[in-house]
Ligand binder design. Structure first.
Ligand SMILES: [Zn+2]
Ligand SMILES: [Zn+2]
Length: 99
């Protein structure tokens, strides 16, 4: 089955996803623009059990009024993937940064 690796800017932190994403989206909301420094935040959505490997050290970040927690590289700070703390999205889903 296809495996895809999402890696941060410096290369220290990565996650490996198995199989195809259920959805790929390009969002242009203000939060996605600020998070990425780009017009669009491009995200591939997977089920959490599709994550088969994780390497490097992560730090996490969550906005005070949000349910989503971002996993970033502890060294360079790139947000690599994110998921809700509870089932705030109502689905078993996680997002991985594309690009
Ligand atoms: Zn990094
Ligand atoms: Zn957005």
């Amino acid at each position: 089955m296809t495996e895809r690796v999402a890696t941060c800017f410096c290369g220290d932190y990565s996650v490996t996803m198995r199989g195809d994403p259920m959805l790929v989206s390009a969002c242009c909301c203000t939060r996605c623009q600020r998070r990425t420094g780009s017009f669009f935040g491009v995200t591939a959505y997977f089920r959490p059990d599709q994550m088969v490997a994780q390497s490097g050290e992560e730090k996490t970040f969550r906005l005070d009024d949000a349910t989503t927690r971002f996993r970033q590289c502890a060294r360079c700070g790139t947000p690599v993937w994110y998921a809700p703390d509870d089932d705030g999205w109502g689905e078993d889903i996680m997002g991985v940064s594309d690009g």
